[in-house]
Design a protein around this ligand. Sequence first.
Ligand code: ATP
Length: 326
Amino acid sequence: MAQIQTIGILTSGGDAPGMNAAIRAVTRTAIYNGIRVMGIKRGYYGLVYNEIEEFTSKSVSNIIQQGGTILKTARCKEFTTAEGRHKAYENMRAAGIDALVVIGGDGSLSGARIFAEEYDIAIVGLPGTIDNDLGGTDRTIGYDTALNTIVEAVDKIRDTATSHERLFLVEVMGHMAGYLALNGAIASGAEAAIIPEMETEIDQLADLVNRGFRKSKNSAIVLVAENPTTGGAMGLAQRIKEEFPEYDARVTILGHLQRGGSPTAADRILASRMGAQAITALREGQRNVMIGIKNGELVYVPFSKATQHHPIPNHDDMEIVKMLSI
Ligand code: ATP
């Protein structure tokens, strides 16, 4: 196989803290190994509309501590069409790019899989999403920072919840995955987590009320994973109003503040290790895999597995929230 001479790098989908650390690691490891780096702006949009510029080692100076992504990110409709991907391929070739590193979530990696199949190009993915919802990896870049942001916010809400003796429903992100809600609940000492994965098993709200969760406490905080089907925290508040009017429930939606902020040390290290490994993978002739982490070891996960249904949070962890909230 011909040696890779030039790679393109892009960030796509929702931004996540640690994407910059990953861009830096990919860029510098490539340059260290004599590979040119082309930065592609605004995800697949930049490939389709030719927003591509060469990166030097200096292009990624002083960014490891910054949230967001210096490459910008976008959702690109054109790339979901065959014509759009054809334009992307032509621009990629014109810029001399012979392999791609794509940093993003399941949508971005699904796009990468289709693109790689159509045009026989080497693509390596990095899991960049706060949701922790990709298959074949224990962690995604951005998850730890988002979790810490949630804990900080819930600690503050606890102060007012305690003073007013109220029930607070705090909605967190997750894209139909309950990791942020569940581990956010454990880390902040919340009374419960309501997550999409448990929805078909039990009525989580009724279970909570039946446990008499608030009788001996002067405040309660429940972390609710966003869920367009049930309406998330707002949907639950409505149900409480109708079915359990004895509770005075208030809703806080943390929203996009969970995406921002300086990445934690754990996310910076994860992004740096995965970014360096992306170049090793391409040099080894790996293609169409995502870099994952399993039990502390970096692994190669085929795109088809990475974008399958995300792993379900551990049932034992749900039990821990319950036991520790008595
Ligand atoms: P997050 O999990 O943070 O939302 P994501 O990567 O899942 O991130 P998406 O909006 O789902 O974000 O996908 C990002 C982009 O990837 C889309 O705008 C589109 O350009 C491309 N993409 C997604 N799915 C496909 C697909 N099936 N075929 C081609 N391109 C796709």
